[in-house]
Ligand binder design. Sequence first.
Ligand SMILES: Nc1ncnc2c1ncn2[C@@H]1O[C@H](COP(=O)(O)OP(=O)(O)OP(=O)(O)O)[C@@H](O)[C@H]1O
Length: 265
Amino acid sequence: MPEYALQAVGLTRSYGAVRAVDGVSFALPKGGSLGIVGESGSGKTTTARIVVGLEQADAGEVLVGGARRASAVRGRARRLARAREVQMVFQDPLQSLDPRTSVESVLRETLGLHFPGRDHTPRVRELLDQVGLGPRAADARPGGLSGGQRQRVAIARALAVEPAVLVLDEAVAALDVSVQAQILNLLADIREQTAVGYLFITHDLGAVRCVTDDVIVMRQGRVVEAGSTSEVLGSPRHPYTRLLMDSVPRPGWDPARIAEARRTL
Ligand SMILES: Nc1ncnc2c1ncn2[C@@H]1O[C@H](COP(=O)(O)OP(=O)(O)OP(=O)(O)O)[C@@H](O)[C@H]1O
């Protein structure tokens, strides 16, 4: 029996008549990396938000390390313990980082909250090092950093709490292609060094190829295909997966043919 960091079982969530997430199940092995791909509106973000606890499912459950993840908890200690289960990194870290707080203070604040009474200096250094930020970045404010550097800070802050799972929602989508590659390499390195597991949400099949072992493909709230990333992207079975792959622009690409395929799907 493989040990799972995270399991989703039959997650369902509707907004009015829209079934944003419709019976979604998946399992992320400890230290594994699972991609969720699909077009805009397929339910990826809603699934992520349910896993993190920012959204409540109408049905289904989320398990972390085999134990049911409570939808809401009372008390500071339990809230912090719950936060250590799953951390999230968003597309735009500027929205989650206080522009006036230095990088070092951001990390110290998080460490102080989760691990009070310790000397956090070595851990701050270690985290900066882990995300490839030199000691000079410690004094910088998020507003003075590049997009890639800010995303490194957001990753460091998430790692500071030593979560079982990092949920990365379009975490490289806003970055230039070369910076995307750096962050994807960084994520691969971090996974090798730590036991953290990734739930990697993206519309970008190239990114999924770089950082995931397994992938699920979502369409209209449902999982239409699931398997190892190399299998699913190497020989996609579902017409929708093939369509996603064909939709990636490349030489000889014909948008009219894609539009026609989409109509008949
Ligand atoms: N808070 C909300 N209120 C109403 N409808 C919502 C809400 N959140 C999501 N939806 C709807 O649920 C569906 C799935 O949205 P979701 O954001 O999960 O998809 P997505 O695959 O993450 O897309 P994107 O990449 O554009 O964020 C969409 O039809 C969306 O309009």
